[in-house]
Design a protein around this ligand. Structure first.
Ligand SMILES: N[C@@H](CCC(=O)N[C@@H](CS)C(=O)NCC(=O)O)C(=O)O
Length: 202
């Protein structure tokens, strides 16, 4: 999702192959043993298998909205938030989402663990409209899909939770045209298909 949004924002075109995680194509397994999505392969065979690195690559080609632009300080700031999101919150989110697979604790236990990150974000967003200031940046784009998943586990709970700034931030990003554009469902890729160029030109 975050990689697609960066491609969409930068207008950087790639051939997009939608895959089913439970039925990954052999050609995908051949190029990268981690076999996670997203995966970007270049014509020379180089591969990027981290979504944040794909975002950076796209934005370094073209960054009309100055998400990190050429600003290395901003890149470091995004990376600090992403580290919390990707290495700690993501695991809390998985436990909360699939609490029935982790019956050692009730679902509320996993929610409380995830809330630590929600509290950090709420604090930031009580002082600025977006995570790195008054303008949207790659940090917002990279993190909000995970907060959206967390919120959707129990939306009535999230809507009454003590995080009003986070709620408003999420609503704004989920309602954005950028998010709407990447939610477009594409058919699963099959060998021999016509290339699907993404982002789609209008
Ligand atoms: N570090 C990777 C993690 C990506 C990741 O975990 N992707 C999940 C789907 S959202 C995946 O491909 N899982 C492999 C599987 O379920 O087989 C990134 O952010 O690019």
């Amino acid at each position: 999702m975050r990689a697609r949004m960066a491609l969409q924002a930068s207008g950087q075109k790639v051939e997009l192959r939608e895959v089913l995680l439970k039925d990954k194509p052999g050609s995908m397994l051949d190029i990268d043993s981690t076999a996670t999505v997203p995966l970007l392969q270049f014509a020379n065979g180089d591969v990027i298998d981290e979504s944040w690195q794909i975002m950076l690559w796209a934005l370094r080609q073209n960054d009309p909205d100055s998400w990190p632009g050429e600003n290395e300080k901003l890149v470091t700031d995004v990376e600090m938030l992403l580290e919390m999101n990707d290495y700690s919150f993501k695991s809390d989110l998985d436990h909360y989402k699939y609490a029935d697979r982790y019956p050692e604790f009730p679902v509320e236990h996993y929610r409380i663990q995830g809330e630590e990150f929600l509290q950090d974000l709420e604090e930031i967003l009580s002082e600025s409209q977006y995570l790195l200031g008054k303008n949207i940046s790659a940090a917002d784009i990279a993190i909000f899909p995970f907060i959206r998943q967390f919120a959707n586990v129990d939306k009535p709970w999230f809507d009454q939770s003590p995080y009003p700034n986070l709620q408003a931030w999420l609503e704004c990003l989920v309602g954005s045209s950028l998010f709407e554009a990447v939610m477009l469902r594409l058919p699963v890729w099959q060998e021999g298909d016509q290339p699907c160029i993404y982002p789609v030109s209008h």
